[in-house]
Each structure stands twice: as C-alpha cells, then as structure tokens.
Design a binder for this molecule. Structure first.
Ligand code: ZN
Ligand code: ZN
Length: 332
C-alpha cells in the first residue's frame, strides 16, 4: 500500500497536488494555484489560474490587479483532475480558507494560517476530521498563549481615555489585523471616528464593500494635529517610527501582534503599549485543534516546528516538518 498522502508533495515553494496538477499557496508563479488567503506570503501575483474564495480573489485584485480567478464558495465542492477540492473557513482573515483535498479514499486538510478564537471580521474556523492535517506553527511554543482579545482592547481604550491630549497610534498589519482591531473597538462601544494611514485605506474600503462595517473612518492626511487628540490612529507597523507619525499629537505607540508576548520585541520597536492580538493559533489552539481532528499524521508547514512535532510524538501522532520557505508571518 502506498504511503499516506503520497499523492501530494511538499516543495520549498509550496505544496504540489499531483493528481490535480495544482499548487497550494505557491511562492512562484504556477499554471494552477489554490490560494488559502490574501496575505502576501500565501497569495502571490502571476499565476495563470487561481482558485480561491471570492473575498481572497478580491484582496488579490486590490494588490496585484485582476486575477484569472475561479471563485469557490465555502462548502462548495469542485473537481480538479482526480481530486475533490473544497474550501472551508479558517478564521484567520476575511475570505481565509482551509483547503480540503480528497483522493483515493484519503482526506487531507491544508489549513493555511488559522486561529480558533472569535473574530468579528471573518467566518469561524471549521474543524474537518482528516487523515493528514497540514498546519502552521507560527506560535508553536508553550510560551505563546494569547490573552482574551476583549481585555487587550480594554487596555487600549483605558490608555486612550487616560490622556485626551494624546492619540494612540496602533500598528496593525494592513490586511486583517487593522480591520479586526477597528471592529473589536466598535464592539466595545468605541464610536468615535478612527483615523487611518493611507496604506490601510484600500483594504478597509474593501472590507466594508464585502460587508464588514467599520464605522466612521477618517484619513490622517486631511486632519489637523489637534483634531486627532483623544483618538485612535491605525497604521501599518512600518509607519510607527516613520517621519509620518510626527503629524500626530504626541502619540502613544501601540502594536497589535502575537509577537508582543515577547517583551524584548516590543522594546526593540519602541512600543509603549504592546497589545497581544494575533490572527494565528496560539499553543493551546494548535494542540486542541490537533486533538479534536485526531488526524493520523500532522505535517507542519512553517513556524516553530520542533515543539509541536514533539507534542505530536508524545500523543502518538506521526508528525513531519515540510520546511516550506517564504512564509514570513509578519501577518501575525
Ligand atoms: Zn496569513
Ligand atoms: Zn502566513
């Protein structure tokens, strides 16, 4: 009998599904690409044909121009070559999907990036029992346990209200994290206008078009310094220590990222208010998911593979590192 999953092959540039002659999240241009979600390390431009959710195709359209895309709805089943393929919510960012592959009586789930906690901007992760679960391990160490999101948002609001002469500048990845922070703020009753840096504008507009309301947003470019006092300003992390921030009224610099668990990382980037808000599964979410799915094998794409591999071994699940390259996960 052939080895489990012998019909898919990991290459450094992505996962090749032989009987479909298609690649998953390839980092090089390919004839046929299945794309889990819109982050730049998973969705690249230049493929001849792309299969993804309509939301992911729209995000790719904003970044790379129109795609020769085939939109696949969550739960819809398509046939590619000799493989049945479906896309299931991954709970990572708007449109993010796990890709479920069925062939020769085996089911393989490629999760892409995912998380298990609630996110008002996207559909929740849907567990699909499988023979092989292919997972990320960005936060695959027991030290990574993300706190409750609501309490992090409360810390942000508390800081904002404690000094109305200043603004709080929040660094957040432009796709997903920025919109999630805004939506979580709205849920906690923050209804003042939120200012944004130009680099997050297009994706905020797209989220709204796709049905995620963000409330009143204002561009920093047209605003006077004093108007922004007592307000939240959202910007990509790269803008935090940039000349651009001089236009803001004495900003408290915050950053929303799973990496803020590491104090040294916050200090190095001059972050005064680290907020541990992540779009990736933490250690408990990774291990609970594997326990829940009970796959025969776990394949780990990227991140801190060692500890998770060890955990699988202890729990009598065969685990393997795929050593894919090019997944940066600054989209944390
Ligand atoms: Zn991602
Ligand atoms: Zn990623």
């Amino acid at each position: 009998m052939a080895r489990l999953g012998s019909w898919i092959e990991p290459f450094p540039e992505g996962i090749y599904v032989r009987p479909a002659d298609a690649w998953i999240d390839p980092s090089q241009p390919k004839a046929k690409a299945l794309v889990t979600h819109g982050h730049a390390d998973h969705a690249r431009g230049g493929h001849s044909e792309v299969w993804a959710t309509a939301e992911t195709l729209a995000i790719m359209g904003v970044r790379y121009g129109d795609q020769n895309g085939h939109a696949v709805a969550y739960g819809e089943r398509i046939r590619l070559g000799e493989v049945d393929v479906s896309f299931v919510p991954a709970g990572h960012v708007l449109g993010s999907a796990q890709i479920v592959l069925e062939h020769g009586g085996e089911r393989i789930v490629v999760s892409g990036d995912y998380k298990r906690r609630e996110d008002p901007t996207c559909a929740p992760f849907e567990p699909v029992p499988c023979d092989i679960f292919i997972t990320e391990a960005t936060f695959g160490l027991p030290v990574f346990r993300h706190p409750d999101t609501g309490s992090e948002i409360d810390r942000l609001l508390h800081r904002l209200h404690s000094d109305p002469s200043r603004c709080v500048l929040v660094g957040a990845y432009a796709l997903g994290k920025a919109q999630r922070v805004i939506t979580e703020l709205r849920r906690r009753g923050h209804d003042r206008p939120i200012y944004y840096h130009g680099a997050v504008e297009r994706l905020c507009n797209l989220y709204e078009e796709l049905g995620v309301p963000l409330g009143e947003m204002r561009h920093t470019a047209g605003a006077k310094k004093e108007d922004m006092a007592g307000h939240i300003v959202i910007a990509p992390p790269s803008a935090l220590n940039d000349r651009w921030s001089r236009r803001l009224p004495d900003p408290v610099t915050a950053m929303a990222s799973g990496w803020m668990r590491i104090r040294q990382r916050a200090r190095q980037s001059n972050i005064e208010l680290p907020l541990i808000i992540s779009d990736h599964a933490d250690w408990d979410e990774l291990t609970c998911t594997i326990r829940e799915l009970a796959p025969r094998e776990v394949w780990i794409t990227h991140g801190r593979e060692e500890a998770l591999k060890h955990w699988c071994m202890i729990h009598q699940i065969k685990a393997r590192e795929l050593n894919l390259v090019g997944y940066e996960d600054e989209d944390d």
